[in-house]
Each structure stands twice: as structure tokens, then as C-alpha cells.
Design a binder for this molecule. Structure first.
Ligand code: SF4
Length: 391
């Protein structure tokens, strides 16, 4: 085993590339991502900047092996033409190599799925599509400001499944005034689509978004926490019985081969590069873990790549405690849990066995041969339990 492989974090836990495409046809009122209206922009300058940025990362990380995954997210990367996707994937392959069979995901809006050259995207290298369905209720889609309807969403998933072996669907639930029985019916409709992977997110209303302002004006009332918790448990129960158990707090897969390789890299303490405006990365070089964020504004990012060769500012060398806390917070999310010895090796101090014993007694975690995992009821408390263990 090499010295590098002995580290409790790093590329031996997986190595991925996240590409952020920041443009959207329109901006949804709940969104707080780094996004900008697409308008009639020419994508070529930003595509070229992303490719150059990926090459610059290689110069900084000459010893990293080939990529296990590439994830094109955003924003709306399904606005990109297959040729542009191919340029980005080619740059990644030339810089680092992309392993045979690596997972290559593209996030897609339903309307783009119906318009896009899916076969062209597949030829470019994409092998997994993540479709932003969000809901199969027209009233909810209108509330969420989406530009597709439920029929369009259904058609897009069917179309995606004809072309790609692995398809994921994103949903937003715990919407204001959403009723449990209606959600149950909606989930049944979603399950009828037959996709092998589902990501379900509770609607989180962030300050500064149009929804956040509407809450301030009393126009929207978020679902109370207790009702959200009930809906989370109902969702876990329905999907477990339907053969799509949770393998992570918000993610469900029909079988291990459909679990997201890319997201598992985040959760398991692997390395990832972020390219594109506002993209984050975590990389291990010389045994140290570095965090960095690319410039958020596309024009600044592009200008920096052109002038300086790379799109990110200074990388921050993370202190052991920060690494340990992140490993714990992320490592508890997947059902496989995390080996506590890894946390202790980084922080140099034991994780409290007393606290773990209390959590086991409460039925929130299991602790088996040093591996700490959340139970289904513990998933509801993931953030609070992590904070307790890290203190
Ligand atoms: S499409 Fe997605 S990324 Fe774009 S604004 Fe809507 S929620 Fe945000």
C-alpha cells in the first residue's frame, strides 16, 4: 500500500470532476444556486475556459489517476450542444484520463430532454441522465416556476430511459400545504415511470430568493418541521417497499449499480475537481486536503482563466479538525456509514463512545465493527447527530 493510500481521505476513495454550467432558460423562485439567465449567450468562450481550467488542475495534481466520474450540473447543462459536452469530456480525458465505464452524468430539464439530441449526448460520452422533474402535479410545477408540465415530465423520463442505461429523477416535496395522501399518489405516479434512481429533496426556502421574500411578506407559509418529518418518513417507507431503498438521506436506487458514483465520492471522502463558475473542489496533494471555489461570475471566471490560466482563487489548506468534521458530516449520509477510525486518524482524538452508545440506544445509529451508520429514523436527525459527535 502506498503512503497516499493510507490517508483517511483522498482519491483512493474515488476521484471525480464536477462541471458547473451556470445558465438556465429561466430562474426558478426557490433556487439559490449560482445561476444566470441563459438569454442568447454564445457558450463557446465559457466552454473553452472550463476546458482550460481542467487542464490547469492537472498541472496542480500531476499524480492523480484517471477519473471515476464526471458530473455536468448547474444551472442547466442540458442547454449545451453535444459537441460542447464532447469538448469538455475530451479535455477531461486528455488531462486526467476517464476510466473505462466511468459514470458520466448530465443534469437535464424535461423540456430539453424532448428537444435535445440524446443520441448525440450519448455518443459524446454521457451515460447517465438526471432529469429535473420536480413534481408530477401541474399546480406544483406552476408554483415552483418550472417551464414544463407533468405530461412533459413523464414523456421526458420515458425518452431518457430509451437512450440511457441509468436515469435519475429529481423531485421536490414538503411543499407548502402539500397533503400526505396527495404526495402518496404522486409518488405512485413517479414510481410508475420505472426509473432506477430517485433524488428527493424537501423544499428549502432560502433567504434572498423570491420564495424567501414571499415568506417574509406572508405570501408563502413553509411546511412546519413536524409535518416535513412525517412526510420524510412516509417517503422512506413507500420507496423502501417499492424496491428503491434509500442509500443516502435523499437518494434512492433500485440496485447498487444505479447508485451515484459521483455523489458517493463526496460522501466517502474522495477527491473532486470543480470546474466552471462557482464550482467547489476538494483535492489531496502531498497528504494535505485543499478546498477551493472557482470565481462565481461567469465573465470573471472566463477572464481569469484567459489571463491567469485558471478560474479559481487561492486554495485553502484544511486543518485536521475541519477535515474530520467534513468526513463525519458527509460520511454519515450514505447508508454504508463511515469507519470512525478514519475520523479519529484525521482529528487525532477519539469520537465519544458514550454519545454513540446513547444514539444506538435511541435507535438513531448502528455501530458495528467501528462503522457508524444512521438508521432510517436517524436520517431525520443527520445534521443534529453530526453536530453532537463533532463537538
Ligand atoms: S433550473 Fe435548476 S438550477 Fe436553474 S434556476 Fe431552476 S432550480 Fe435553479
Amino acid at each position: 500500500m502506498t503512503d497516499e493510500a493510507l490517508h483517511p481521505f483522498g482519491p483512493h476513495f474515488g476521484f471525480g470532476l464536477y462541471v458547473h454550467w451556470p445558465y438556465c432558460a429561466r430562474i426558478c423562485p426557490y433556487c439559490d444556486f449560482n445561476v444566470y439567465a441563459a438569454k442568447d449567450r454564445d457558450p463557446s468562450l465559457l466552454v473553452e475556459a472550463i476546458c482550460a481550467d481542467i487542464r490547469a488542475h492537472r498541472n496542480r495534481m500531476p499524480e492523480h489517476g484517471a477519473l471515476d466520474s464526471v458530473y455536468l450540473g448547474g444551472g442547466t447543462p442540458s442547454l449545451l450542444a453535444p459537441g460542447d459536452v464532447e469538448r469538455i469530456l475530451k479535455a477531461a480525458d486528455e488531462a486526467f484520463g476517464v476510466k473505462p465505464g466511468a459514470e458520466i452524468t448530465l443534469e437535464a430539464n424535461p423540456n430539453d430532454v424532448m428537444r435535445a439530441d440524446l443520441a448525440g449526448l450519448r455518443s459524446a460520452g454521457v451515460n447517465r441522465l438526471s432529469v429535473g422533474v420536480q413534481s408530477l402535479r401541474d399546480s406544483a410545477l406552476a408554483f415552483l416556476g418550472r417551464d414544463h408540465d407533468a405530461d412533459g415530465a413523464r414523456a421526458s423520463v420515458a425518452q431518457a430511459m430509451r437512450v440511457f442505461r441509468s436515469v435519475s429523477v429529481d423531485l421536490i416535496y414538503a411543499r407548502p400545504e402539500q397533503q400526505a395522501d396527495d404526495w402518496q399518489n404522486e409518488l405512485a405516479d413517479v414510481l410508475a415511470l420505472g426509473m432506477p434512481h430517485l433524488s428527493l429533496y424537501e423544499l428549502t426556502i432560502k433567504e434572498g430568493t423570491p420564495f424567501g421574500l414571499a415568506v417574509g411578506r406572508g405570501q408563502i407559509t413553509p411546511m412546519p418541521d413536524d409535518d416535513q418529518a412525517d412526510m420524510f418518513e412516509l417517503t422512506q417507507d413507500i420507496l423502501g417497499k417499492a424496491g428503491l431503498p434509500a442509500y443516502e438521506v435523499s437518494n434512492h436506487a433500485m440496485s447498487p449499480e444505479h447508485q451515484s458514483v459521483h455523489n458517493l465520492i463526496y460522501w466517502q471522502g474522495g477527491d473532486w475537481i470543480g470546474a466552471g463558475p462557482g464550482a467547489h473542489g476538494r483535492v489531496t496533494v502531498g497528504g494535505h486536503r485543499y478546498a477551493y471555489e472557482a470565481h462565481r461570475r461567469p465573465e470573471v471566471y472566463t477572464a481569469n482563466v484567459q489571463a491567469l490560466g485558471s478560474g479559481w482563487g487561492d486554495a485553502e489548506r484544511l486543518e485536521p479538525n475541519a477535515i474530520a468534521q467534513e468526513l463525519l458530516a458527509m460520511g454519515l449520509r450514505p447508508a454504508s456509514g463511515i469507519d470512525i477510525a478514519r475520523i479519529e486518524a484525521v482529528s487525532g482524538r477519539p469520537v465519544s463512545r458514550e454519545k454513540i452508545a446513547v444514539f444506538v440506544d435511541q435507535g438513531w445509529v448502528t455501530f458495528d465493527q467501528g462503522v457508524l451508520s444512521l438508521t432510517p429514523s436517524g436520517r431525520l436527525l443527520a445534521d443534529a447527530l453530526t453536530a453532537q459527535l463533532a463537538s
